[in-house]
Write a protein that binds this ligand. Structure first.
Ligand code: WTA
Length: 628
């Protein structure tokens, strides 16, 4: 583990000068069925990246079996239910190993083989981690879909990955709501021809319809299965999982990750960023449906033999002190959350924080969007009591692991700055003309110029889109889609997306998906959505909508539009404001000038930049006049 700033500088230098040596040294800590022939082959122009070539392994051997000698009785997860009156459940590494082996047998019995895609649509339960790990153990590719997505979004993702089997629950609890997941799943499965079986874990006990031949209860399938399952050996570059993320255009992208490289980097980054020590209690509040949950609830912590809290609920239930109550009761040492949660808790005031003893905390973390200074200070003063480091971790679904972040207490922190790259990560800032900005005090677009082990290998089924999206904007570079500043100390500050992805409450949303949902409304001709700053959510969505025909009731139409979004994407994508307009600002070639709409939505009418290509300037004035 990197233990001081000089050590970081030394390791960083080594990792850049001889990356192959750096990563192969670290890889010696793991269990391989066969070691690599060579470490790295790459060409960003193809793009092709291969790490630990021709090595053979199974990641679950490293997450579970490897710890059984020393840590068999150690808690892997302590699950905390949504309702504080319900009992929590702990599972040791040994028990988790047993359950994963048993469920691997269930998957095999249901015809799942190496390379098959399995969809997982579950709330935050220990069984979700078992399902994920069992897929990895049998060599299948898991595709976890966040349980807040709608039936339509779910079936789109199932069909894109041509999944064979889906694992879900009867329902889920979120605060005072019960969500009937199986019903949503049933609707999705109406048009997913590749799904042959659906395994249902009983969580809420509410009544569900089980379709004969397709649907099976988890507990019945598990009955009588043996707890031995020899892990299926896979190649380093065999895909471990697919995880969908929104893009600027078109449908969501199935980001595909490798096995060995992902394993090495999530393990390395977890340990070093959080400075994880053997007896720490670690809690990441993300959902396993997103990359943060994959890398830093499942793989990173398990690879390090860590004990984690797994929380089913939400920060506001039964009241806004829930997070801090859990920290106190479980003596949490490392706490990792998102700026949107911090802002929401800050807004409710200190009376929800003060009653709790937070003295167990050693490290605080944040991820998902830029953290504003006010939220950073509140987190630092009231949760960390100005005494413990905050790690501001910048990374992406595509990067697999944390890329730019301070290492807790080891490298300097700076409010609102992700600070410095991890060893092995070579960031650079580019200007619009494709020149690298090498100096201090520069601002531009953030790229990475050398491969790192956990980088995405492709977009499932669409390598060309992978190339076009990430490797074509700048030659021989991975383009992140984020804007970035390097300050006078060489520290990196991420300023936000520079494409049409909008991050709302930490969730990435693509404009195209939401616009096409709105366009389904019979009175809508055309729509443009943009993000604008929101106090709690970071960004909220503003829709400019051209309508046709007679709209009798604007309030109803607004509600109908949001219903369509909920149906097509999910409640996370609802728009905050809808303005009905007669026209949209377009260029002569018909492209919507979102830059202008973004400014209008943010109430900034001052400087629209170059508007010479605007087809009809009057449109802009009209929109401003009727701004809501
Ligand atoms: C943003 C989440 C500023 C960024 C792990 C990135 C951040 C996108 C930070 C990826 C941070 C994530 N500071 N911005 N610490 N962390 N972002 O794929 O815009 O859900 O490109 O991965 O979130 O979001 P994703």
């Amino acid at each position: 583990m990197i233990s001081n700033f000089n050590d970081y500088l030394k390791k960083y230098k080594e990792s850049v000068e001889s990356p192959e040596k750096f990563w192969s040294n670290y890889a010696e800590n793991f269990k391989w069925e066969k070691k690599w022939d060579d470490i790295l082959e790459w060409d960003f122009r193809v793009p092709k990246v291969e790490w630990f070539r021709n090595s053979k392994l199974n990641i679950t051997t490293n997450c579970l079996d490897r710890h059984l000698k020393k840590h068999s009785k150690k808690i892997a997860y302590k699950w905390i239910p949504n309702d504080p009156k319900e009992d929590s459940i702990s599972i040791t590494f040994e028990q988790l190993h047993v359950e994963v082996c048993k469920f691997s047998n269930v998957l095999t019995k249901n015809g799942v083989k190496k390379g098959d895609r399995v969809c997982i649509y579950m709330p935050m339960l220990i069984e979700l981690t078992i399902a994920v790990l069992a897929c990895a153990r049998v060599g299948a590719i898991h595709s976890v879909v966040f349980a807040g997505f709608s039936a339509q979004a779910l079936s789109e993702r199932i069909n894109d990955a041509t999944c064979k089997l889906i694992i879900t629950t009867d329902g889920s609890y979120r605060g005072d709501k019960e969500i009937k997941l199986k019903e949503i799943c049933d609707e999705a499965l109406e048009n997913t021809p590749t799904i042959k079986s659906c395994i249902v874990y009983k969580r809420t006990g509410s009544e569900v319809k089980m379709r004969n031949g397709r649907d099976k209860w988890w507990h019945e399938e598990m009955k009588g299965t043996t707890n031995i399952f020899e892990p299926i050996v896979v190649d380093a570059e065999d895909p471990l999982f697919i995880l969908y993320t929104s893009g600027s255009t078109g449908k969501p992208k199935g980001i595909q990750h490798s096995t060995a490289g992902y394993m090495i980097y999530t393990s390395f980054s977890f340990k070093n960023v959080f400075q994880y020590e053997e007896d720490d209690i670690y809690w990441c509040t993300a959902d396993i449906g997103w990359i943060t949950g994959h890398s830093y609830i499942i793989y990173g912590p398990l690879l390090n033999g860590a004990s984690s809290i797994l929380f089913e609920g939400i920060p506001s239930y039964p009241d806004f002190g829930r997070f801090w109550k859990i920290v106190e009761e479980n003596k949490v040492n490392i706490f990792y959350t998102a700026p949107t949660a911090i802002r929401a808790l800050e807004a409710k005031g200190l009376r929800y924080v003060k009653p709790y003893d937070l003295s167990s905390l050693k490290v605080l973390g944040t991820v998902g969007e830029p953290i504003n200074e006010d939220a950073w200070n509140w987190y630092n003063e009231n949760i960390g009591e100005k005494d413990i480091p905050i790690v501001d971790t910048w990374w992406q679904t595509e990067t697999g692991g944390i890329m730019i972040s301070n290492l807790a207490g080891v490298t300097p922190s700076k409010a609102t700055f992700a600070t410095l790259p991890l060893p092995g990560i070579q960031p650079c800032i580019m200007d619009n003309d494709g020149n690298e900005l090498n100096n201090l005090n520069v601002e531009g677009k953030l790229c990475i110029k050398f491969p790192w082990p956990s980088m995405a290998r492709t977009i499932y089924g669409d390598h060309k889109r992978f190339k076009d999206t990430y490797f074509s904007t700048f030659e021989n570079m991975y383009f992140t889609g984020d804007g970035c500043i390097r300050d006078n100390e060489g520290m990196y500050r991420i300023t936000g997306r520079v494409d049409d992805v909008i991050i709302v409450s930490g969730h990435n949303l693509g404009t195209a998906e939401i616009e096409s949902a709105i366009d389904e409304h019979p009175n809508v001709c055309e729509t443009a959505i943009v993000g604008y700053p929101h106090k709690i959510k970071g960004n909220a969505i503003y829709a400019f909508v051209i309508t046709q025909g007679d709209i009798k009731n604007e309030i109803n139409t607004r509600a109908e539009i949001n219903n369509l979004i909920v149906k097509n994407v999910g409640p996370i994508a609802k728009v905050e404001k809808i303005q009905f307009v007669k026209g949209l600002p377009k260029t002569r070639s018909g492209k919507i000038m979102r830059r202008i709409l973004r400014k209008i939505a943010s109430n900034d009418f001052s400087n629209f930049g170059d508007t010479s290509t605007l087809l009809d300037p009057n449109v802009v004035e009209e929109i401003i006049k009727e701004k809501i």
